[in-house]
Design a protein. Structure first.
Length: 201
């Protein structure tokens, strides 16, 4: 039986979940409005970024919409807190990874001590990096170069490429993951780079 949107706002969480399990988008909208402020404020406290908090809100509620057995949830608020925490911590780990990769790829190697047996051939290292970047898909390579070589922020790259900020961020994450894995295959050539990544593996 269909009921209007105003009456749906009076439904309990469990009643809404039952309707959402039947793919009732309006019921999902009511639940979204009910819990979005809490999810946003929690993500904002951890991430410290309004833009990131908004992204996490979208990711959390997409997970909720796609959840199998959603009508079996006993406590929606507790579930959303856990998912929000996990998504925010995942963002923090990705952010740390990007910082480490950026430092490795832009490091000034002139200060590296060449007196030990573990010294790295800088020319070969740069060739490995250039080779890895050249293997990225064209759009991903362009986004990577704009972010790393020109130092543009995600928002600036999004404007220049007519893509969403989230799409730009996803391309960067995939590019950095590929570069890390590629560099790990050349352990003898990029030993110092590998050392920078070890804590994150």
């Amino acid at each position: 039986m269909k009921i209007n949107a105003n009456r749906k706002r009076d439904l309990t969480d469990r009643q809404l979940l039952k309707r959402i399990s039947q793919r009732d988008a309006a019921a999902f909208g009511v639940l979204y409005d009910r819990y979005r402020p809490k999810v946003y404020s929690y993500a904002l406290r951890i991430a410290g970024s309004e833009t990131v908090a908004e992204d996490i809100v979208q990711e959390v509620f997409v997970k909720l919409w796609q959840l199998d057995g959603i009508d079996d949830l006993d406590n929606v608020g507790a579930y959303l807190r856990v998912v929000t925490r996990n998504q925010t911590l995942k963002w923090l780990r990705r952010n740390v990874l990007e910082t480490h990769v950026g430092e490795v790829l832009t490091r000034r190697w002139a200060d590296v001590d060449r007196s030990t047996e573990e010294k790295v051939d800088l020319k070969d290292t740069q060739e490995v990096i250039d080779s890895a970047v050249s293997l990225l898909p064209p759009q991903r390579r362009l986004i990577f170069q704009l972010c790393k070589n020109e130092g543009l922020k995600y928002e600036e790259v999004a404007e220049r490429t007519n893509l969403s900020r989230l799409t730009v961020k996803t391309h960067m994450q995939l590019a950095l993951r590929f570069l890390r894995n590629y560099m790990l295959r050349y352990e003898d050539v990029v030993k110092l780079s590998i050392m920078a990544f070890l804590p994150l593996i």
